[in-house]
Design a protein around this ligand. Structure first.
Ligand SMILES: *[C@@H]1O[C@H](CO)[C@@H](O)[C@H](O)[C@H]1NC(C)=O
Ligand SMILES: *[C@@H]1O[C@H](CO)[C@@H](O)[C@H](O)[C@H]1NC(C)=O
Ligand SMILES: *[C@@H]1O[C@H](CO)[C@@H](O)[C@H](O)[C@H]1NC(C)=O
Length: 303
């Protein structure tokens, strides 16, 4: 028979597990409640989302909600395609902490994708926001949803550039940003890993780069300023390199040359007798450091 201490410990462990799992459940229920509150639902498709009966796994019966296990209130995916839903991207979805799939395609969503979308839905393998009325730019944060397989953003009002970092999403199998108002260079995907065709980019304002036609240079003014912006730091760095990184020998030669010139000038200024001395000294002292020769020069007028 187990003694009292063991039994108490077992009870504690069981209680801790229960507390942890009911915590997870709590956030998933809050998550769906928040989504229901934030979306406009003129067709009342979310009326099945009734939070009054909270037996374990009750949310798994909701329209469009799939759970990891039918009797555990932990949401695996949310699929609410073509339901006439309006409003903005439901930010409360961040409380569905185990979410791997989100399909809100074919609705009337407006506004932007949250700039920190990877913090909101970090474990998505599918994100389908196609056929809505979303706008703004595609946030670079999407590149941090590293498990993503399907990314559909086509048929919206997205503007600006496609974040180049999307090329880091090496699990992508399906990708489309067609029918938006995007421009600029497309991400450089490794085509052996991510098969992205020109169709994925069709009907935008001015996308370029493989598999589309190559990007042309910007206008001359832009080119001039970008050339200047690159040229200035480069020439500064080169100058610094020349001054500090040339071999010591050539620096010494440079100094000696300078000293020679200074002395040549002094030939014209100091009396004839001292000229011989100066000439001798300059030969003898050539190997001495710049500092000591300068001192010597300072003494010259006293001759
Ligand atoms: C609550 O939901 C469970 C599972 O769907 C069902 O079996 C039960 O009858 C419901 N209880 C009430 C009071 O509606
Ligand atoms: C999308 O939004 C724009 C304004 O941003 C509006 O003019 C347009 O009618 C909307 N389109 C649809 C299909 O809702
Ligand atoms: C992506 O994640 C890394 C590491 O967590 C972070 O440093 C970076 O800022 C994130 N990028 C974006 C665009 O959120």
């Amino acid at each position: 028979m187990p003694n009292g201490g063991d039994t108490a410990m077992d009870m504690l462990i069981i209680l801790a597990c229960f507390a942890a799992s009911s915590c997870a459940v709590r956030t998933d229920i809050d998550c769906l409640r928040s989504i229901k509150e934030s979306l406009e639902d003129p067709k009342q498709v979310l009326s099945s989302w009734d939070f009054s009966n909270n037996t374990e796994g009750f949310i798994c019966r909701f329209t469009g909600v799939e759970c990891w296990h039918p009797d555990e209130s932990r949401v695996l995916s949310i699929r609410l395609s073509e339901m006439g839903l309006g409003g903005s991207f439901p930010i409360g979805i961040r409380s569905c902490t185990s979410l791997t799939g989100l399909d809100l395609s074919g609705n009337k969503l407006t506004g932007q994708i949250p700039y920190n979308v990877a913090d909101v839905v970090p474990f998505l393998t599918t994100l389908d926001l196609s056929n809505n009325n979303l706008s703004g730019s595609i946030p670079p944060s999407i590149a941090n949803i590293s498990l993503i397989n399907v990314l559909r953003l086509d048929n919206n009002q997205f503007t600006g550039h496609i974040p180049p970092k999307l090329s880091e999403l090496n699990r992508l199998k399906e990708f489309s940003v067609a029918n938006n108002r995007l421009s600029g260079q497309v991400p450089i995907f490794c085509n052996y890993i991510v098969p992205v065709s020109a169709e994925s980019y069709a009907n935008n304002l001015g996308l370029c780069g493989a598999p589309l036609s190559p990007c042309k240079h910007k206008n001359h003014v832009d080119l001039f300023f970008s050339g200047f912006a690159v040229g200035l730091p480069v020439s500064t760095i080169l100058t610094v390199l020349l001054i500090f990184c040339l071999p010591r020998l050539s620096m010494k030669r440079y100094y000696l040359l300078m000293i020679k010139k200074i002395k040549e000038r002094q030939h014209h200024l100091i009396p004839r007798i001292s000229q011989a001395v100066v000439g001798k000294e300059s030969n003898l002292e050539e190997s001495k450091s710049f500092g000591s020769i300068l001192n010597q020069n300072n003494q010259l007028p006293s001759f």
